[in-house]
Ligand binder design. Structure first.
Ligand code: DGI
Ligand code: FE
Ligand code: FE
Length: 197
């Protein structure tokens, strides 16, 4: 049995039904993006499958787990511990699913806010999480789903732009990482455009 099957069976016992459905959507969407961009399909699927593995952990437990494993927690994360399911997920993937691939662990750790200068896998997971077929709430999804297969960087920028607007409207606290990542990709596009003028 391939390892992905093994992870899938284990994960299914640990997360809620709707989260499991979302997770499979992310896994296959990440696989499609890997195909489009010539990335390792199994790595993309593993990251997609495990990215929300810490989602149902109580806030206290996520904080405890990160502290125990010396994963730094920011003030924003202490105030909004749901953000921590990304970092805690990377710890669980390492400790409980024996994932040793640092690229996969990093993609899981940054999947909610992004980080400047993301790797290909970071972007694939970040985008797959947003566009998987079960998602229907975000605005501009049809456009973003098409964009995803044309440019990873432009899609990341667009998702962050929409996320920042959404958070502003519902007055959610914004993690500086989300803002910094958006600025990073916007500046890169502007620099590229200047070169083309
Ligand atoms: O775990 P999922 O729901 O599948 O997806 P996710 O880990 O990307 O989390 C999505 C939520 O995270 C979405 O409601 C927007 C929110 N989010 C992203 N960046 C920030 C943020 N929430 C806050 N408060 N601050 C941020 O910077
Ligand atoms: Fe998540
Ligand atoms: Fe998710």
């Amino acid at each position: 049995m391939h390892e992905i099957e093994k992870y899938r069976k284990k994960l299914k016992r640990h997360i809620e039904k709707d989260r499991y459905r979302h997770t499979l959507g992310v896994m296959y969407t990440a696989a499609s993006l890997a195909m489009a961009y010539g990335y390792d399909i199994k790595k993309a699927m593993t990251a997609g499958l495990l990215h929300d593995c810490a989602k149902s952990m109580p806030h206290e437990k996520k904080i405890e787990l990160c502290e125990k494993h010396h994963v730094p927690i920011t003030d924003i994360e202490y105030e909004n511990p749901f953000l921590l399911h990304a970092k805690a997920g990377a710890v669980i993937a390492r400790k409980k699913y024996d994932i040793e691939d640092e690229e996969i662990l990093h993609a899981i750790a940054v999947h909610t806010t992004g980080v400047p200068a993301m790797s290909t896998l970071d972007m694939i997971l970040f985008i797959a999480d947003y566009i998987e077929p079960g998602r229907d709430k975000a605005q501009n999804l049809p456009q973003i789903r098409q964009m995803a297969f044309q440019s990873l960087e432009h899609t990341v920028e667009k998702i962050l732009y929409d996320t920042l607007h959404y958070l502003n409207e519902k007055s959610g606290r914004i993690d500086p990482a989300t803002e910094l990542t958006y600025e990073y990709y916007k500046n890169r596009r502007n620099i590229a455009n200047e070169h083309n003028e």
